[in-house]
Design a protein. Structure first.
Length: 256
């Protein structure tokens, strides 16, 4: 979504103090995120700052209230992920068009032209995650165009296990990551996905349904539907479902 430099500056100024150090393990609240409202859409900024792997990372949730005029085609210098929370997104990418529903993802490489539209009469909400690696390749990034892709969650089988289940959406090398992986996890009541642990990859979670208890370096905090959780590399962390219903969340791993 193309915005004026003035609007971007306002958003950056409003969030700079709150999110200037995204690498601190934290839950970023949907309800408390700054919101910019316009007649046909709204944007809320959940997280913005730096991490051990990214010189800049921004996570926004964008809601189109209803069907609007087609958006302009965009190109980014960063890498980006578009993850649909609710509604249907009409994607135009590489001369192709695809309608994607909740849980689906678009992986956008720098320089690739794309367009994101709501062609329905129902609200559309998606997370727009943009990031630049600290070790960005010393290459003309626009020579790397054409490698963007999407994954329709409806095409990905659900595999149950003793803790709940998993949908494995993708795992791939990208321009900004040696490996980027995304799964949709379901966690049964009273279950830890894993005991507290650490790893070299940064991890980002998005709570999709119900709530979960988040453990970060010995501290605990509850995360609700819509919230974003970020754990930098080396941070001891875990997620636990302490509620009587199943919870579900997106898990993203970024391997430098």
């Amino acid at each position: 979504m193309i915005r004026s430099s003035l609007l971007f500056g306002m958003i950056a100024l409003a969030t700079a103090l709150a999110f200037s150090q995204a690498s601190a393990p934290s839950v970023f609240s949907w309800k408390q995120a700054p919101v910019v409202k316009r007649p046909n859409y709204e944007e809320r900024t959940l997280m913005q700052g730096t991490t051990s792997h990214f010189s800049d990372i921004r996570i926004q949730a964008i809601t189109h209230y209803t069907k609007t005029s087609p958006e302009e085609t965009q190109q980014l210098d960063e890498e980006a992920l578009v993850i649909i929370r609710e509604g249907e997104l009409t994607l135009t990418l590489g001369g192709k068009q695809k309608t994607l529903g909740p849980g689906s993802v678009v992986v956008l490489m720098p320089g690739d032209a794309f367009r994101l539209d709501n062609q329905t009469d129902q609200p559309l909400t998606y997370y727009f995650i943009r990031y630049t690696s600290n070790e960005m390749p010393d290459l003309d990034l626009y020579r790397l165009t054409g490698d963007s892709f999407w994954v329709d969650s409806r095409d990905v089988p659900y595999t149950p296990d003793d803790k709940g289940g998993i949908r494995r959406l993708f795992a791939a090398a990208t321009v900004m990551n040696r490996r980027c992986e995304m799964n949709i996890m379901t966690l049964n009541p009273g279950i830890w996905r894993n005991p507290p642990h650490t790893h070299q990859a940064a991890e980002l979670l998005i709570i999709l349904e119900n709530t979960a208890l988040v453990h970060s370096d010995g501290e605990q905090k509850r995360a609700e539907a819509g919230d974003v959780i970020f754990w930098d590399a080396g941070v001891a962390h875990a997620i636990q479902n302490t509620m009587p219903e199943k919870c579900s969340y997106i898990a993203l791993h970024f391997q430098p």
